[in-house]
Write a protein that binds this ligand. Structure first.
Ligand SMILES: Nc1ncnc2c1ncn2[C@@H]1O[C@H](COP(=O)(O)OP(=O)(O)OP(=O)(O)O)[C@@H](O)[C@H]1O
Ligand SMILES: [Mg+2]
Length: 246
């Protein structure tokens, strides 16, 4: 058994797919890099390969790689990538492959040995199957990092957010806080929804709001980071030590 590495960082999950996990994760990496930390992103399982500038890449992997301050390869940031843009266990099956749980932990461990802070982006929502008997919630539990929940602000998000918070806590994980993200440009009563989320997260979980990000024409890491509570994020990091061995 190799020596255990202390792992500092967070696991970023969301109320759904396509609600801004990558944008928020990239902003977190930017914040920690600006603070002089060696920040590294990890997208343990990535589904969907695109051709960008003649290169076959996964967009999330590339965005996290670009936002972190530690120089990394696509393979280090995205250790398990699949061609088809669909549920990961289906994408894996299409290629006759299995998602290797041990390999994902080894990848996290390798980055933890080189980085000061690791930002891990989950896949889709919180409970996405990765194999016949495990899912992304198990992956988060394996890593043991505090969880940041990105709430895509749209109709239905309050229940999705609170159900996800219950699932996170039922796995014994710490809900470090939540970020509201305006993925819908003109959501009616958006402020009222945010107020309800603030109240319910505080009342049920004592979980703070780490930022509310408006709809942005260019949601670059720096532009998104300007709407995050930087002091609170550093607090998350300070209390985020998880130790595992591989
Ligand atoms: N605050 C925002 N303003 C404008 N557009 C946004 C904002 N947040 C996210 N988007 C856009 O919404 C889309 C989905 O965002 P993103 O890729 O971060 O979602 P995701 O949750 O990581 O999705 P996936 O489940 O595929 O990983 C992207 O096109 C992104 O640029
Ligand atoms: Mg993403």
């Amino acid at each position: 058994m190799k020596p255990a590495h202390a792992l500092h960082g967070c696991f970023v999950t969301g109320t759904d797919t396509e609600i801004g996990k990558t944008r928020i994760s990239a902003a977190l990496l930017h914040v920690f890099a600006e603070a002089g930390r060696r920040s590294a992103g990890l997208k343990p399982v990535a589904a969907g390969i695109d051709l960008i500038d003649g290169q076959r890449v996964n967009e999330d992997v590339r965005a996290l790689r670009d936002a972190g301050s530690l120089p990394l390869t696509d393979a280090e940031v995205g250790p398990m990538q699949f061609e088809a843009a669909c549920a990961p266990h289906i994408a894996a099956a299409l290629e006759g492959r299995a998602i290797d749980r041990r390999a994902l932990l080894d990848a996290a461990c390798a980055l933890a040995a080189r980085a000061d802070v690791l930002v891990v982006e989950g896949v889709g929502g919180f409970c996405v199957p990765l194999g016949a008997d495990w899912d992304t919630a198990d992956l988060a539990a394996d890593l043991g990092l505090p969880v940041v929940l990105v709430v895509g602000l749209r109709l239905g998000c309050i229940s999705h957010a609170l159900l996800t918070a219950e699932a996170i806590r039922s796995r014994g994980l710490r809900l470090a806080g939540w970020v509201g993200n305006r993925v819908v440009r003109d959501m009616p009563w958006a402020d009222d929804n945010v107020a309800a989320l603030r109240h319910e997260f505080e009342r049920r979980h004592g979980a703070p709001c780490l930022g509310v990000v408006p709809w942005l024409a260019d949601p670059s890491p720096a532009a998104v980071a300007a709407h995050l509570d930087i002091a609170a994020l550093h607090g998350v990091l300070a209390s985020s030590s998880s130790v595992f061995s591989s």
